[in-house]
Ligand binder design. Structure first.
Ligand SMILES: [Zn+2]
Length: 268
């Protein structure tokens, strides 16, 4: 599932491949045909990521907002062969294509709409301009649980269900712990740990949270069954106890009662 690391990696790869090039823009599926025609043949400027949102900016023709949602993908197709599946947007430069399929959002938008989207998002730990103090204040001022806060894109942008479960396990925090039970140092540590994990995710283009010393493999070489601590697992990797599954913030979360302590009173 795409979390913030996927989108930042996409922006990086798109910039490497396409920045400054004149692109052929088409919508093989047809649902973005009018918009693609406006962009076709124009020079692509840059891709930006903020949390799970991707913005594709052309030098003069426009700005495209993409949100992959749960099933969307944007994939590089060397050789530019016939599109596979329902390709909403294809960007082509010479023999290289990037195909967008299944997005929750793909829209040509005015600059003002991007500003509105960004105004609704919290700080993104993968961005250099991220406001960590805002995250710390929001979390510590809230009676909502950490499990709810971390999925709220207005609190922190880019964390999804996998990173949420994994980071809380790594820090020994029960998902039901209210934000206001954290000390300032704990809230900063939470941010730093999320940033560390997301950066590994961007580098590897997948989510890996295990400590390499526990697996006897580098993060890049870990088997998929070894990469996570608690997400969708039955037993705790550290103590062997059965994991608890709760619905927090509308999504399932896995945690260990022995390894993750509740601080203060929980409000789920
Ligand atoms: Zn445990």
């Amino acid at each position: 599932m795409p979390e913030g690391h996927t989108i930042h990696r996409l922006a990086r790869d798109l910039n490497r491949d396409l920045a400054g090039a004149r692109l052929a823009a088409t919508s093989p599926q047809g649902r973005f045909a009018e918009e693609a025609a406006e962009l076709d043949g124009e020079a692509f400027a840059v891709a930006h990521a903020w949390g799970k949102h991707l913005f594709l900016e052309w030098t003069r023709a426009g700005l495209v907002h993409v949100h992959l949602g749960l099933i969307g993908k944007m994939r590089r197709r060397a050789g530019c062969h016939e599109p596979r599946g329902s390709v909403r947007l294809r960007l082509a430069a010479d023999a290289l294509c990037w195909d967008l399929t299944g997005p929750m959002v793909c829209a040509l938008i005015p600059d003002a709409e991007r500003d509105e989207i960004l105004a609704r998002l919290g700080p993104d730990p993968l961005r250099e301009d991220a406001d960590v103090d805002r995250f710390v204040e929001t979390v510590r001022g809230s009676g909502r649980s950490l499990g709810v806060l971390l999925l709220d894109q207005a609190v922190i942008a880019g964390v999804g269900n996998v990173y949420r479960a994994e980071v809380l396990f790594l820090l020994g925090l029960d998902p039901r712990t209210p934000g206001r039970a954290l000390t300032e140092a704990q809230a900063r540590e939470l941010w730093e740990e999320i940033r560390r994990l997301l950066r590994i995710g961007v580098r590897l283009n997948r989510i890996v949270t295990r400590d390499p010393s526990e697996v006897d493999a580098t993060p890049a070489k870990m088997r998929s069954a070894d990469r996570l601590y608690v997400y969708k697992r039955d037993e705790c990797r550290r103590c062997g106890a059965d994991l608890r599954t709760d619905t927090v913030g509308g999504r399932s979360i896995w945690s260990c009662d022995r390894c993750q302590a509740v601080a203060g009173q929980a409000y789920v």
